[in-house]
Design a protein around this ligand. Structure first.
Ligand code: PRX
Length: 637
């Protein structure tokens, strides 16, 4: 399989970009011709950013799994679709060919149907990084059920909130998952979530860790038993449901600046076309290459660049269950050599954490199979970029710094490996079809180079979010209302003299901790649930490994035990309400927060204190009690 839409030279990039801006519909129509459709579109694009109302490939019919699986069977059925590397290197890895994956997906799709799942139903998937997670996701897509994968680190409360928001009636989970030397319980967390949620009719449980779990009669069934039943029924086929181009494919929850996560909705056709297109072009994928994206499928990176993008392209995608530092900090490099990985796509936080172990864990590894390196999720600092380039890429692998978001579905700004030049710490240039603009706070476009502004996108690309589940108005106000006729990313950005883009970080109250997005309001809500807490304010501060750390200022009414105990209780509360990923790194107990006379917390001051600044807090004259700033500063931890 070669890719008609693959850009192979800088000149081709320039031409493609020009064409995609001058005539976006013609450009994407040509790209879309490389996919399998049950019925072609009547119109390539219909859109307005006011509603917003965006329709790509209007009236087309398709099923994404026919593009991910069926189409590869004849020519490439025996090629590995997924190489699965378990957490424990002593356990045998698995190689799943396209033929096998196709069979398993159809079998599990039949299991879903037997258990009552119908087109349009929401299925929540809460599993570790096992191949069955990929099977579950694709089986949903096969029958037109809308999957909503929840990262294994979220708490019962977070799951319950998401289940309710999505009105999900089915769950697929595991008894537990392995991460490093830990066994993480999953089914017990689901049980806790279900105590507050009565929409769920069936829970399908995969046995992975042999952890004892309570299986509720009539509700809970074992994956293995159901798969056996499906096999014995003799019906091994499951036809791909005919989906409309704009039918929802999945919901993925992500944090914003309000306290409640939003269910970002992606639809079938545009998402398929753009993830495959961006995968092939950014990484310059060649058939046979082994692509290792280290993300978890619980995040958008895993959806787009472990599953849908690579599988649509007939690629071999490596899926890793474990963590980079167990059994030792050479685990990634062992995997690269063992499976002859050609493309490695990871997060700056992982690179920085591995840098901390020095180069000895790399020694003894060849790393000669590597051709392309990538980063995603947060700005990469130059030091980490050079370390990655020199020690992992040995100076011969292009590094793609890929900027995108849950809402964008796929990579929007990035260099293309070996085609367009890299620049350390810069995402560089937009992909064809992507029109970035920088605006000032009044929404005026900032033209020219060597300028800073808020990053917006002018014209829809195929995998732009369509709505936020159950609340379209929220989608409008969050992304399309700040600046008229523009999609607002929430990121600050610099454009250099050559037109390269460099993302400078969020401009809203959203933190990026270890490449994961988390809203400060969400953490504050969780802290405020503790009985001894009156109020709190959360800000980010620079953290050597995580990029940003979480700093919480908390006002307590009464402190049980000593302050350390109180901090422990607060941490525990956040873990229970959101999950361990939102645990504050620092908690400072304070007597009050710096508030203006109208009651607004002056976060700017709190951010400066958390960053270690001791003066230059700007204008604090509107504060109700300016003395509190000094007090907080003196108590900084
Ligand atoms: O701030 C940007 C940062 O991550 C945010 C999106 O987070 P999320 O939806 O969780 O998706 C992460 C994976 C795509 C963005 O608003 N971000 C993502 N990639 C980069 C980045 N910041 C700088 N450089 C990047 N390459």
């Amino acid at each position: 399989m070669s890719y008609a839409y693959q850009i192979k030279t800088k000149r081709e990039y320039n031409e493609a970009y020009k064409k995609s801006i001058e005539d976006p519909e013609a450009y994407w129509e040509e790209v879309a011709a490389s996919f399998i459709w049950k019925k072609k579109w009547e119109k390539v694009l219909e859109w307005n950013f006011t509603a917003p109302d965006i329709k790509w490939f209007k009236e087309a019919k398709l099923n994404i799994t026919e593009n991910c699986l069926d189409r590869h069977i004849e020519a490439n059925g025996d090629n590995p679709a997924i190489i699965w590397e378990p957490n424990n290197p002593d356990e045998k890895h698995r190689v799943i060919t396209y033929r096998q994956l196709h069979k398993e997906v159809m079998q599990f799709a039949n299991v879903l149907k037997h258990n009552g799942v119908q087109k349009g139903d929401r299925v929540c998937i809460y599993m570790g990084m096992v191949p069955e997670l990929a099977v579950a996701v694709l089986a949903c897509a096969r029958i037109g059920a809308i999957h909503s994968v929840i990262f294994g680190g979220f708490s019962a409360q977070s799951i319950a909130d998401r289940l309710q928001d999505a009105q999900a009636s089915f769950i697929v989970t595991c008894d537990g998952s392995y991460r490093g030397n830990k066994v993480i319980p999953l089914k017990p967390v689901i049980d806790d979530a279900l105590a507050q949620c009565d929409t769920v009719k069936k829970v399908i449980v995969l046995n992975r860790t042999h952890t004892p779990v309570s299986m509720i009669k009539g509700r809970d069934v074992w994956w293995e038993d159901e798969m056996k039943k499906a096999e014995l029924s003799g019906n091994l086929q499951c036809n791909a449901e005919e989906m409309d181009a704009e039918d929802p494919l999945f919901i993925l929850y992500t944090s914003g600046s309000t306290g409640k996560p939003k269910g970002v909705v992606h639809t079938c056709a545009g998402y398929m076309v753009y993830t495959a297109y961006s995968f092939v072009n950014v990484f310059q994928y060649t058939l046979g290459d082994v692509h290792f994206c280290t993300a978890d499928i619980g995040w958008i990176t895993g959806h787009s660049y472990i599953l849908y993008g690579p599988l649509c392209a007939g690629a071999t995608s490596l899926m890793f269950e474990g963590i980079p530092t167990w059994p030792d900090a050479g685990r990634f490099w062992d995997i690269v050599d063992k499976h002859q990985v050609n493309i490695l796509y990871t997060a700056p936080t992982a690179i920085r954490s591995l840098m901390g172990f020095g180069i000895s864990p790399i020694e003894g590894h060849q790393l000669t199979s590597l051709k392309v390196l990538g980063t995603v999720g947060e700005p990469i600092n130059e030091e980490a970029w050079h370390w990655y380039n020199e020690n992992i890429g040995k100076g011969r692998c292009p590094i793609v710094d890929t900027w995108w978001q849950t809402e964008t579905g796929g990579i929007l700004i990035s260099n293309m490996a070996g085609i367009t030049p890299a620049k350390p710490a810069h995402a560089t240039l937009p992909l064809p079809g992507v029109q970035p603009v920088l605006v000032d706070e009044h929404g005026n476009e900032i033209t020219g180079n060597n300028v800073n502004g808020n990053l917006c996108i002018k014209h829809p690309w195929p995998s732009i979010l369509r709505t936020t589940y159950g609340n379209h108005e929220r989608c409008r106000t969050n992304y399309f209302a700040t600046y008229p006729n523009l999609y607002f990313t929430g990121d600050g950005c610099y454009r250099d003299n050559d037109g390269n883009y460099r993302i400078t970080g969020r401009v809203d109250d959203v933190l990026n901790v270890s490449g994961h997005r988390i809203g400060t309001a969400e953490i504050e809500n969780a802290i405020n649930m503790h009985t001894g807490v009156i109020e709190s304010a959360v800000v980010g501060y620079p953290h050597d490994i995580k990029g940003q750390g979480i700093y919480a200022y908390v006002v307590c009414s009464n402190i049980h035990g000593d302050e350390t105990e109180m901090r422990g209780d607060i941490t525990q509360t956040v873990t229970r309400i959101i999950g361990a990923i939102a645990k504050p790194d620092k908690i400072q107990l304070v007597n009050g927060l710096p508030k203006t006379r109208s009651g607004k917390i002056m976060r700017r001051v709190l951010r400066k204190i958390a960053e270690g600044e001791t003066s230059n807090f700007g204008d604090t004259s509107t504060l109700l009690d300016p003395g509190i700033v000094e007090e907080i500063k003196n108590g900084k931890i």
